[in-house]
Design a protein around this ligand. Structure first.
Ligand code: ARG
Ligand code: ZN
Length: 885
């Protein structure tokens, strides 16, 4: 049942163009498709097999004549198609309002929307629904005009007009051949914010952001982000907008974040709608990055697409890399860039590292899948982006831009593979480290698992040399026992013990090669690097800006880490040094089960960061926030989530107590006046002020003082923006204040009509720090709240994914109730929406490293789900793989 990469074969037929006509009706939509079909000259013809799922055929004509066909499982088979090229006409029906999978054509809020990636088009009509079949689309939509005044599809509007019975129509033509997964249509009662932009060539383009009536005041930021994306891609990569019109449409029911359909991006409302009152600073940042991501897909994904779904990272890894670079460039200052990099690495290590070590581990380019939707993962996206980033590191920023240019020169308009991409970057940079190591470098695409990089330095005073030994090892992953060495770029520097950067020169290098930072390229299991003219024993700063997705073991002592925390010119490693000193203490407490007690050196170092004169406030917040429970768990072979929770809570509480005066100072000095703006400067101040408030509340609760709770409640009530309102509410929740409940009630009353804010209301309650099982009990009770529904993915995720995936201490209970909750939700969801169910199912990926009694109970819950006869492929693949480990 698994589909294997090695089995790829070109299709026996091509579809070169398709005309689609939709008679839109929620209960029964009629789809008429007219395709130009060509036999693949290099194939051997035979039966034409079209994909189709949950749709009913009405009629099939070949060259205008009826032709015999049969439906075999999820295929429509024409055994004897005409010789040569021919026209195939198919009429079929589908039922959008019954389509709870939200894949294909479905209804949401009274309108019609589509989601075709990866395999949704076959739920609309019969087709060769695979990305290497690229066709030119002409689409006619017919629908009731009063209910569906806006009719959109890809490309350009070529005709529109009235029909009888209160109906109207619109005809769209997309000049670019595209795979079916990029098809889209929308028919709904929407309004648009519009803007014209001119690209360098002087061409005028129309940008539109379509939303429901009443949401127009929340579209300014999305539009600004879109304009910035157009400008950025042209400036950084010389990639202009190639369409007369570029549309974004927001929809409230959506499985993923957003979708890059050619010229008609469809977005989850979460990544479009924002204003100061309803969205937080991080919502604003997420919108900028997702708008950028989908826009950048127009070149990396649409102009050049994937030959098959195993190549998914060709477009996703590359486009995530591009959106990360975009956000960094938009952030402006060096410190704001560093903050973004830290956030991205945190996401990678908290989501992708566990995936790479768990039951669903797979390479950036997977070798097999049962349900492709299960492979829209942190590995394909975020690790894939790191692989692209390493290429940029190996060829330099300009070299990378040259490589991109060659990639488009060679492959524009085609469906290609990850090999084609890597080859282009290498070929454009002959003599680079990438060109030199290319076949080995590409192991990053083919091999799963996170490499361990061990570093040991030895200083020799008589010869004034410092020798660094680097060694790599990658643990086995399911199906891949032996791992050959990866090519690992290690950006590094050496600091004196009092924190000054040293000039780095390797033996045998001319003196003028000395630099304060350089990139060592480890491409074997082990290598030695000897630096000369080293006057004193250095502190090594390795893997700067996280130059490779590996786990570094450099054996640095606490004292050495504190040197880096105070002085490293690389902000990433500076942050990392702080995290590691915290991690050491958390792990020690978890291992010996003793109550955590912080030493003065650590507390003083944290005070030094908090009070620092020049550090960015957002950076301070990241450094003062201890590693999450999930990240701590990842360092252990036997995980007791309750112990980890207790240790981390104790650490936070002590930091709250010992730095009370400093938190007060931070709160008072980081208030923001004037009009709200989500820019990095304002957001950075809020990013420190709000956690300061939380620390003050936490400390106050512990001392039985309610002063700060009162202040937090006041802030909650009076806040002029959602960041501060939510920050204050969170401070009350996290400090287990008695004012949390009235605040939650008030929050709900105030925002009851705003779905995205009500999602936050669920998230906050499901994410709150667990205490005596109260958070879990509340989450269970919330399942019965009138605002809760499994049918809306955002709402379902807000409660269920937050609890099971992001709140380990509430989820992993000694009485196994969390796992029972998980199994029940997975089963319920699977009947409605398999993609969503399977995401929730992933919450137990790492069950095998749990300590008892969690481990057995988790396994039992997984077995219970796996024992069901009627599971989707999506969930079945996840639970089967979980049990195999
Ligand atoms: N290509 C979309 C993106 O921008 C994701 C769509 C994934 N959809 C799915 N059903 N797997 O990343
Ligand atoms: Zn994408």
């Amino acid at each position: 049942q698994a589909i294997k990469r090695a089995d790829y074969a070109a299709p026996a037929y091509w579809i070169r163009s398709v005309e689609l006509t939709f008679d839109l009706d929620p209960a029964r939509t009629i789809v008429a498709s007219r395709m130009r079909v060509e036999r693949n000259a290099s194939g051997n013809g035979g039966a034409l097999r079209l994909h189709g799922e949950d749709i009913e055929p009405l009629r099939v004509l070949a060259n205008g004549q009826s032709v015999s066909f049969r439906v075999e499982g999820r295929e429509l088979v024409i055994d004897n198609p005409p010789e040569g090229d021919f026209t195939l006409e198919i009429r079929n029906t589908c039922a959008p309002e019954k389509n709870t999978h939200l894949s294909g054509l479905y209804t949401s809020g009274g309108g019609f929307f589509t989601q075709c990636e990866a395999e949704g088009f076959r739920r609309i009509t019969y087709f060769l629904d695979r990305p290497d079949v690229m066709a030119v689309y002409t689409v006619t939509l017919r629908a009731n005009k009063a209910r569906y005044p806006v009719l959109l599809s890809n490309g350009n509007l070529v005709e529109q007009g009235e029909l009888d019975n209160g109906r109207h129509y619109a005809k769209w033509h997309d000049p670019f051949p595209k795979p079916s997964y990029l098809f889209a249509l929308v028919a709904a009662d929407l309004v648009a914010r519009e803007q014209h932009v001119r690209t360098r060539s002087g061409k005028d383009h129309l940008l539109q952001v379509w939303v429901r009536r009443g949401d127009l005041d929340k579209t300014e930021h999305a539009m600004n982000s879109l304009i910035a994306s157009v400008v950025w891609d042209e400036a950084r990569f010389r990639l202009p907008l190639d369409l007369e019109r570029f549309m974004i449409v927001a929809v409230g029911d959506f499985n993923m974040g957003a979708m890059e359909n050619k010229g008609l991006n469809i977005f989850n409302t979460k990544y479009v709608l924002a204003n100061a009152a309803t969205a937080t600073d991080s919502d604003f940042a997420d919108i900028e990055s997702v708008v950028g991501h989908e826009y950048f897909h127009n070149w990396t994904g649409n102009r050049i697409t994937c030959r098959d779904w195993f190549q998914l990272s060709l477009k996703e890894g590359l486009t995530v890399f591009r959106d990360q670079e975009f956000s960094m460039d938009m952030a402006g200052s060096a410190s704001a860039r560093a903050v973004k990099r830290i956030l991205d690495v945190r996401t990678l290590r908290e989501r992708q590292f566990p995936e790479d070590a768990g039951t669903m581990a797979h390479p950036v380019r997977p070798d097999e899948y049962v349900a492709i939707d299960n492979f829209y993962t942190a590995t394909v996206y975020e690790k894939g982006a790191e692989v692209v980033r390493m290429m940029q590191t190996l060829v330099g920023r300009e070299g990378f831009a040259k490589g991109m240019a060659l990639y488009f020169e060679r492959h524009d308009g085609r469906a290609v593979t990850c090999d084609d991409f890597a080859q282009s970057i290498a070929d454009a940079n002959p003599g680079s480290e990438l060109a030199r190591t290319l076949p080995h470098f590409k192991r990053w695409y083919g091999r799963a698992g996170t490499p361990h990089l061990t570093a040991r330095g030895r200083y020799d005073a008589p010869t004034r040399t410092y020798t660094l030994a680097l060694e790599q090892h990658t643990p086995a992953t399911p199906g891949q026992a032996e791992k050959l060495p990866f090519v690992i770029p290690v950006a590094m520097g050496l600091l004196t013990r009092d924190g000054r950067p040293m000039a780095l020169r390797l033996e045998d290098e001319p003196a003028d090669k000395a630099a304060e930072e350089r990139v060592l390229v480890l491409d074997e299991a082990r290598a030695f690097y000897t630096f000369v003219d080293v006057d004193s024993e250095p502190v090594p700063s390795l893997l700067r800006h996280f130059s490779a997705p590996v786990r570094l073991h450099d054996g640095l002592s606490d004292d050495e880490l504190l040197v880096l925390l105070a002085h490293d010119p690389d902000p990433f490693n500076r942050w990392e040094a702080g995290q590691r000193t915290a991690l050491h203490r958390l792990l020690a407490a978890v291992r010996d089960g003793q109550p955590l007690q912080l030493d003065a050196a650590f507390v003083e170092a944290m005070r030094g960061v908090l009070r620092h004169e020049t550090l960015d406030p957002a950076f301070k917040d990241l450094t003062l926030t201890p590693p999450t429970e999930t990240y701590v768990a990842e360092q252990l072979d036997h995980v007791d989530p309750q112990r980890i929770h207790a240790a981390r809570e104790a650490m936070v509480l002590q930091l709250a107590r010992d730095l009370r005066a400093d938190w007060e100072w931070a709160w008072e000095t980081h208030q923001v006046g004037g009009a709200y703006s989500p820019d990095a400067v304002q957001a950075g101040r809020r990013a420190l002020a709000n956690p300061a408030l939380q620390m003050l509340c936490l400390d106050a609760t512990a001392r039985g003082d309610v002063l700060w709770q009162g202040k937090a409640y006041q802030r909650f009530k009076d806040a002029s923006n959602m960041t501060d309102r939510q920050g204050a509410l969170w401070a009350l929740l996290a400090s287990h204040s008695e004012m949390a409940d009235p605040a939650l009630q008030r929050f709900h009353d105030q925002f009851r009509d705003d779905a995205l804010v009500i999602d936050k209301w669920f998230i906050l309650q499901a994410a709150a720090p667990e205490k005596d099982g109260r958070v879990f009990a509340r989450a269970k009770a919330l399942l019965k709240h009138p605002d809760f529904t499994l049918a809306n993915p955002n709402r379902a995720r807000s409660l269920i994914r937050t609890l099971c995936g992001e709140n380990p201490a509430a989820f992993h209970r000694t009485d196994a109730a969390g796992y029972v909750f998980w199994a029940e939700r997975v089963i319920e969801l699977d009947a409605i929406n398999p993609q969503l169910a399977s995401r929730v199912a992933r919450a137990l990926d790492r069950w095998a490293t749990l300590a008892e009694p969690y481990r057995s109970a988790a396994r039992e819950a997984i077995a219970r789900v796996a024992a069901r006869a009627e599971l989707s492929d999506d969930v079945r693949e996840v639970v089967t793989r979980a049990l195999e480990s």
